[in-house]
Design a protein around this ligand. Structure first.
Ligand code: HEC
Length: 126
């Protein structure tokens, strides 16, 4: 093969590699999550966490299975059952939410909201 052709092919290859790396890193999971859930902003229980638990969990955790995650009960049962202790990563609630049996019930950004809410003290804020 001619030297000029080889240079062209090599150049095209480098271009594809760089473009590919740029595309891959731009849609990296982590940066997407950080944009979706701001760790500095408060994650409010009333506005965010309670509706999430009601929508994603209460069908099963509707009173007969601990913790009770119905809207009017979830805060009380999470706190009294010791589900939302610090450090948040090791809390019973977060560990369950990311466990293989439960991971499919929430989206990645929902898991992160739960984590941040616990990190911020698991307050019963609106
Ligand atoms: C399809 C039914 C179902 C859904 C939906 C569900 N769970 Fe569960 N959950 C269970 C079952 C069954 C158990 C008990 C067995 C086990 O630990 O996996 C359980 C156990 C748990 C436990 C551990 C209880 C303990 O005392 O250790 C927590 C915490 C929990 N779920 C939280 C959640 C949260 C939060 C959601 C919503 C994001 C959720 N679950 C959605 C069925 C469900």
């Amino acid at each position: 093969m001619e030297y000029r052709n080889m240079r062209r092919i090599f150049g095209a290859l480098i271009f594809v590699l760089i473009a590919g790396a740029a595309i891959l890193s731009s849609c990296e999971h982590h940066s997407f999550l950080v944009e979706t859930v701001d760790p500095v902003d408060s994650v409010y229980f009333g506005a965010v966490i309670q509706p999430l638990l009601e929508k994603k969990c209460a069908a099963c955790h509707g009173g007969s299975k601990d913790p009770d995650l119905r809207a009017d009960r979830s805060y009380e049962s999470l706190v009294s059952g010791d589900y939302v202790t610090l450090p948040a990563e090791e809390s019973r609630l977060y560990r369950k939410v990311i466990s293989s049996g439960h991971a499919a019930y929430t989206l990645p950004e929902e898991k992160l909201k739960i984590l941040y809410w616990i990190t911020q003290g698991a307050k019963n804020n609106k």
